[in-house]
Write a protein that binds this ligand. Sequence first.
Ligand code: ADP
Ligand code: MG
Length: 257
Amino acid sequence: MLVMAEPDSLVLDAADALVRLAKVTKSFGDQVVLRDVDVDVYAGEVVVLLGASGSGKSTLCRCINRLESIDSGQIVIDGKVLPEEGRDLARLRADVGMVFQSFNLFGHKTVHENITLAPVKIRGISKSDAAKRAHDLLERVGLAHKAKAYPAELSGGQQQRVAIARALAMEPKVMLFDEPTSALDPEMINEVLDVMTELAAEGMTMLVVTHEMAFARRVADRVVFLDRGQVVETGTPAEFFTKPRTDRARDFLAKIL
Ligand code: ADP
Ligand code: MG
């Protein structure tokens, strides 16, 4: 729902956030890695999470999937508070697709098996439906001809596109990408970014950690800048890249641009 805030500005109603982190704090030992982090990702939105190495980006993504527990605060996915454990956690997790830097495909399974396993086992869909969906998804990422291949037979860029197809096969409500192109040879980066760009254009809700600034500028609806575990700035790419408001953001941009 759109709500008029001031006559000339529109803000989205917080109730509509598909993913909401509210005052999330997370420490490892006595190191506070996330401090009072508020991040909202609305349906259909692409949010790019930026920040220097060690600023907490991966931890934030991992908390959304409960691969890490949080110390305080709340994570809400599609209106439901992410629980510590149990069946509700499994259900909410299935709504969140995740693509990591390292491709994490099952090495001893074919591409087709990689994509069909979880939908059959966890979503409970039939093998034939899963097979059809896998075929469609592989076509979408340009790899229909690789269904019978094993991950080791694919390039890094191809493996990452399979990883995206595998995540999409679960029909997630939101996709998290944690530096999906950082482990790739330069010539393979664009084939993965192109798939992500297309996904964004189709309306997928996405939270993306990336150092690909051209992609961020082009595809992000909003940029969130994290520094030492705190959200320091959030704004449109145009605002963030051309008029950063804080010294920390200016320093970050000076180093990477
Ligand atoms: P980023 O993804 O922005 O590079 P991370 O979320 O990976 O940052 O890490 C943030 C901080 O948390 C770093 O100082 C890192 O060393 C620390 N950290 C991450 N995971 C763990 C862990 N499992 N145990 C201890 N410290 C961790
Ligand atoms: Mg990281």
